[in-house]
Design a binder for this molecule. Structure first.
Ligand SMILES: [Zn+2]
Ligand SMILES: [Zn+2]
Length: 361
């Protein structure tokens, strides 16, 4: 079966290390020492580890041929190009690749120390993670969360009931017991005011505009790179180092012209009010004396917003006999004569009355 030639790993290649399990010789070379040079024990590829910086040995003039194959008979690692195991001579037809260490990224204090023990721990963790990803058997509903859910629902229902109570209304007989009204007119004066704004927001009628440079905002500017060395296991007894870089950014101020100026603007200076606690005489707007009315010179006045409010007071029939009130349009207010009887939705808990629901008894 034709196999695609492996793409060579990027960056400089170095030897992975392994420790002889038989004679304890440490730091044997992953690529060069397929057997312990001291006692002849075969290399166990699952115990390969990354060397400390001081123990790095560069791989020279050794072409990359792909990840090692692991002999299914004796577990010895074999070059990807080998047809028969160097350890036991068995055919490597169908042999899978050796286990590959997870890549290591350089931290603040360099690379974390590595060892055969770490390599084995990493493989155990990977196996556990693979098991956890497999679909778990279906469980009966867990008991404690159910209790918590019921309790939570009860609380929610209680809160909802409280809110409902606030708005709970029932029809009741009420008698009109009084009226009140109020009307107001705001008075504005044209004043010369001092304001400030960014250049592009200075109004066209501004006078005496004077601007100064100020920081308006900031923008992100690329500021070099943050690079870390990353080690990748090539699974042939070597690893490669390459750089992983991310662009750094810094905030740079953006300047603009901030301008001070004077401008003539209408400002509310007072409110004229009228009102009474009765239906008669009919409501009137307060009289407003404006100085310099009709002109647009500084100091002249004009009318601003008008507001009006018409309140009907009711006494609830029965023993409770609460005093309730609501605001209605003026036309309706005038028709609700004192002493007349009506049916209206009245708050059971709250002292409220809904005048949109007023009905003749
Ligand atoms: Zn040995
Ligand atoms: Zn073998």
């Amino acid at each position: 079966m034709p196999v695609d030639p492996p793409s060579p790993p990027a960056g400089q290649r170095f030897q992975m290390l392994w420790d002889c399990p038989r004679c304890d010789t440490p730091k044997l070379l992953g690529l060069s020492h397929r057997n312990c040079p001291n006692c002849g024990a075969p290399q166990d590829p699952t115990t390969r580890y990354f060397p400390a910086e001081a123990d790095k040995i560069a791989v020279e003039d050794h072409p990359f041929v792909g990840a090692d194959k692991q002999c299914s008979g004796c577990e010895a690692p074999n070059a990807a190009t080998a047809a028969f195991c160097v350890g036991c001579g068995a055919s490597l037809e169908g042999a899978g690749p050796v286990v590959r260490r997870a890549s290591q990224t350089e931290g603040e204090a360099g690379f974390a120390a590595d060892s055969a023990k770490s390599a084995l721990a990493e493989q155990r963790a990977a196996k556990q993670a693979a098991r956890a990803e497999a679909p778990a058997p279906r469980n009966a509903f867990p008991r404690i969360p159910t209790v918590a859910a019921v309790f939570g629902l009860a609380i929610c229902a209680g809160v909802a009931a409280m809110f409902a109570g606030m708005f709970w209304k029932q029809d009741a007989g009420v008698v009109v017991s009084g009226h009140s009204w109020s009307r107001s007119i705001a008075v504005e004066q044209l004043q010369t005011v001092t304001e400030s704004a960014w250049r592009d927001a200075v109004p066209t009628d501004a006078r005496g505009v004077s601007c100064m440079q100020e920081e308006r905002s900031t923008k992100q500017v690329a500021d070099g790179q943050d690079c870390q060395t990353v080690r990748h296991d090539n699974a042939d007894g070597t690893f490669s180092e390459d750089e992983k870089c991310t662009t750094k950014y810094r905030d740079e101020p953006v300047y603009d012209q901030k301008c001070g100026y004077t401008v003539d603007r209408w400002r509310q200076t007072r409110v004229e009010k009228s009102g009474a606690e009765s239906l008669e005489p009919a409501p009137v707007w307060p009289s407003v004396l404006l100085s310099g009315a009709g002109t647009s010179t500084v100091g002249s006045e004009r009318e601003g917003a008008r507001t009006e409010k018409y309140t009907v007071k009711f006494k609830e029939e029965g023993d409770a006999g609460r005093l309730l009130g609501c605001d209605v349009p003026e036309a309706q207010w005038q028709t609700l004569a004192e002493g007349t009887r009506w049916i209206a939705p009245v708050g059971v808990v709250s002292d409220s009355i809904d005048c949109t629901g007023l009905k003749a008894p």
